[in-house]
Design a protein around this ligand. Structure first.
Ligand SMILES: [Zn+2]
Ligand SMILES: [Zn+2]
Length: 75
């Protein structure tokens, strides 16, 4: 048993940075921000992949790394 690793785990619970991204222009903010709409183009941010509902961990990604769905400029 690796007790050191266990301690780290209990200390840092769910500290995973997730982001909201603008599906139109690619602008992004961190998830805890209250903003709902993109300050650049006014579109509503998406906070997860619309296809597989994975949270967005890489704010610059144009495609979902899990399912390959295009997140930005989908239309
Ligand atoms: Zn935008
Ligand atoms: Zn996905």
């Amino acid at each position: 048993m690796d007790t050191a690793q266990k301690q780290i785990k209990s200390k840092h619970q769910v500290v995973k940075d997730t982001y909201k991204i603008c599906p139109k222009c690619g602008n992004f903010i961190i998830y805890i921000d209250k903003e709902k709409y993109c300050s650049v183009c006014g579109s509503e941010y998406i906070e997860m992949c619309p296809s597989c509902h994975e949270p967005i961990i890489y704010p610059v990604s144009r495609f979902c790394p899990v399912c390959g769905k295009q997140l930005i400029n989908a239309e």
